[in-house]
Design a protein around this ligand. Structure first.
Ligand SMILES: [Mg+2]
Length: 385
């Protein structure tokens, strides 16, 4: 079997763009993959143009070898765009292998470790003006684990638009909301917060103290994650469990966070880390330190489908993110998508990824002019989205 073509598509859905690849082979099988940088999709398409010539003619079953070659062949190896593009090709190659062997990918990763893959959901999926109302609404529909993304209490603040984000206003407001969530839903519902790396070390430590009696399952990325030393400093100031890693490109960035006890949950993103090939290596690193993975999935239905396969097979899995906007993914573009059953996915039964992408209608979903929101503090200085 040989790779005969690699096509890339940027499709705009839910006001965001997905970079989808299709790897075709000489026996008629093809695989679907996705790169997950959330923005800068044109850079991933440019990367595909750079690597296409040396991938055509290769046996698509040499997945490890191709993964190494894409990641390392430009001398300056790795980085966000290269790793995301490596992920896209890697997912497509595993899809081809599964179809070729007529088996779902989780079987190729060691078989089932569980009967279903349990998910958590984000607060805004529930209706209501307060976190407590949203949580109560979600609990009523069967959710047992709910995560919230902090706001500021300013009615002008929007998570999805350029906004003023003042950390100290957010800390007080969010802590109060989380306390009222706990009062409303009781002790048995698991709660988490994703601070989207919007705090500094002192602010993060302060927030952890403020929500001590809420009992969070985890606090996700309170600070930026370039510096393991910063997390080590924060770790000294709080016993809070941290979920870290959704932005990490390649396996190596995870090592200090896992080895030094800085991450308590490993938040890999299969469309950024380097596909199944890298994700299972990170999961193995985590397993050796008794840590569970909590994959990041909002990149779209391909990312979600691939993560369901990974979590079906990997033993050290805690819970999967269910991106609530998944329900709005158009079915003519993705005629087959993973189907949620209450708060979990059953193990996928179709060969390969089990997802279909209809390239004939891709042009009906042109790229949208989306830019990640730019946040500024009240004094005008830039801060993280
Ligand atoms: Mg996050």
């Amino acid at each position: 079997m040989k790779i005969t073509d690699i096509k890339s598509f940027i499709v705009g859905i839910n006001n965001k763009n997905l970079m989808v690849v299709k790897v075709e082979t000489d026996n008629g099988l093809y695989g679907i993959g996705q790169g997950g940088t959330t923005t800068r999709e044109e850079a991933m398409v440019g990367m595909i143009k750079h690597i296409r010539h040396f991938l055509i003619g290769k046996d698509p079953r040499r997945i490890e070898d191709i993964n190494q070659e894409i990641y390392r062949s430009q001398y300056y190896e790795g980085g966000t765009i290269i790793s995301a593009t490596t992920s896209a090709i890697d997912l497509a190659l595993w899809d081809i292998l599964g179809k070729h062997l007529n088996t779902p990918i989780w079987q190729l990763l060691g078989g089932a470790s569980r009967n279903h893959v349990t998910c958590y959901i984000d607060g805004p999926a529930g209706s209501g003006n307060t976190f407590a109302d949203q949580a109560a609404n979600l609990v009523k529909t069967g959710w047992k684990t709910i995560r919230f993304t902090p706001e500021t209490g300013d009615p002008l603040f929007r998570q999805d638009k350029d906004s003023i984000f003042e950390p100290w206003e957010s800390i007080g407001w969010t802590a109060k909301q989380m306390k009222s969530v706990r009062n409303k839903v009781g002790p048995d519902i698991k709660l988490a917060v994703d601070y989207h790396h919007r705090l500094n070390v002192a602010q993060a430590a302060f927030f952890c103290r403020e929500v001590e009696d809420v009992g969070l399952l985890f606090l996700e990325e309170p600070i930026r994650s370039e510096s393991p030393q910063a997390y080590a400093a924060l770790r000294q100031m709080t016993p809070m469990p941290f979920a870290i890693g959704e932005e990490f490109s390649g396996i190596y960035v995870f090592a200090p966070f896992i080895e030094q006890g800085l991450a308590n949950y490993v938040r890999l993103d299969i469309c950024n880390v380097g596909g199944f090939t890298a994700a299972r290596k990170v999961a193995a690193m985590a397993e050796a330190h008794y840590l569970d993975i909590v994959p990041h999935t909002p990149q779209g239905p391909i990312c979600l489908a691939a993560s369901v396969h990974l979590c079906s097979a990997i033993h050290n899995f805690a819970i999967l993110e269910y991106p609530w906007e998944t329900a709005k993914v158009p079915s003519d573009l993705f005629p087959r998508q993973p189907q949620l059953e209450k708060d979990h996915f059953l193990l996928p039964q179709f060969p390969g990824l089990g997802i279909e992408f209809n390239e004939e209608v891709a042009s009906h979903y042109p790229p949208v002019p989306w830019e990640a929101p730019h946040f500024r503090r009240r004094d005008g200085s830039f801060t993280n989205y």
